[in-house]
Design a protein around this ligand. Sequence first.
Ligand SMILES: C[S@@+](CC[C@H](N)C(=O)[O-])C[C@H]1O[C@@H](n2cnc3c(N)ncnc32)[C@H](O)[C@@H]1O
Length: 162
Amino acid sequence: MAKAVFPNPDGTLVDIGGGTGVITAQFAKGFGEIHIVEPSRRKRKHGQKQRPALRFHDARAEKLPFKADAVDCLTAVVSFHHMTDHAAAAREAYRVLRPGGRFVVFEFHPRQGYGRWRSPDMVAGHMHFMEPEQLVAILRDANFRCDGAVEIDEGYIVTATK
Ligand SMILES: C[S@@+](CC[C@H](N)C(=O)[O-])C[C@H]1O[C@@H](n2cnc3c(N)ncnc32)[C@H](O)[C@@H]1O
């Protein structure tokens, strides 16, 4: 992730479904502003206490609390499979990113490790693990330029550019 986000001290990174920010704080180092969109009150509260430099927002991917063209880099680390409306999340990502900005998504592969064991709808809450090609298609439908996925450990990274 750290290699894919290109830190910029004048830039803003928004991590969607960033939880407590424990992972975000590692890969987002070097950005001027780091925001976390997280619907879980418990995670936001814990994260804000542990990492006061990060800004937590009570929101969801499908409706982001940012103006159009305002964000330099968006990330989603094993959170895209939780979203109930993937197309809406992709459209929102496109709306808030500045032209040339990047949306970097890390997801588990549905046929390996975690993704295989916790296959769609096996556990409480919404989960829909998808093949890399399906994620790429959703992002392209939202107008992103997207080269394809890079396999990594039990998952893959897709980078989409506005
Ligand atoms: C598996 S956790 C990953 C947390 C963090 N990215 C990490 O790697 O530690 C998935 C997160 O997505 C959040 N989430 C679920 N639905 C969401 C939605 N519609 N929009 C944004 N975040 C969501 C959950 O509350 C949870 O914190």
